[in-house]
Design a binder for this molecule. Structure first.
Ligand code: PRP
Length: 176
């Protein structure tokens, strides 16, 4: 079982590089929302470190809440489905919603969440992703704010896991 830091192959994005890009994203997001209420919604668990750093670089009033999603019905229902294990208690209607994701891979998670959140009468809905593999065939909503294009490697650290390990690393590394 892979759980030792010594087994990581190489650092892909180091701590300083991530911090600088997160600072820039905070500035972009601050400028993009001149008015209205902003609710930053982090998709757990992967986004927890990114979201924590990001909101501290956004220089305008905002609220924070989280989503926990769980897929079910896969293999038996052709479309699949997503269920919110934790549905934000914060009111979404009338607010700018910024959905924060650690990585977009196939895009399936986001496509389902975008459809679901689209029914909540928000003022706007946008995505901020730290990493994007550009592997998705179709995205309902492209990320308006993006940290980095990600290589086609299995990445861990800064919230991303392998069998729940490595989330705490302050950098992003590849396993292979
Ligand atoms: C990972 C990641 C994204 C999603 C991306 O979540 O955090 O949410 O997969 O993949 P996709 O674009 O192919 O849908 P995971 O289900 O591993 O849960 P976690 O956030 O708790 O690690």
């Amino acid at each position: 079982m892979l759980s030792s830091i010594a087994e990581l192959k190489r650092v892909v994005f180091d701590e300083e590089t991530i911090a600088e890009r997160v600072r820039e994203l905070g500035q972009e997001i601050t400028a993009a929302y001149p008015d209205g209420e902003l609710l930053v919604l982090g998709l757990l668990k992967g986004s927890f470190i990114f979201l924590s750093d990001l909101v501290r670089k956004i220089d305008r009033p905002l609220q924070v809440d989280f989503l926990v999603a769980s897929s079910y019905g896969e293999g038996t229902v052709s479309s699949g489905n997503v269920r919110l294990v934790y549905d934000p208690e914060t009111e979404l209607a009338g607010k700018h919603i910024l959905l924060v994701e650690d990585i977009i891979d196939t895009g399936r998670t986001l496509n389902k969440l975008v459809a679901l959140l689209g029914q909540r009468r928000a003022r706007s809905l946008e995505i901020c992703a730290l990493l994007h593999k550009h592997a998705a065939e179709h995205l309902e909503l492209e990320a308006k704010f993006l940290g980095f294009d990600a290589p086609t490697l299995f990445l861990v650290g800064y919230g991303l896991d392998h069998a729940e390990n490595f989330r705490h690393l302050p950098y992003i590394a590849s396993l292979t």
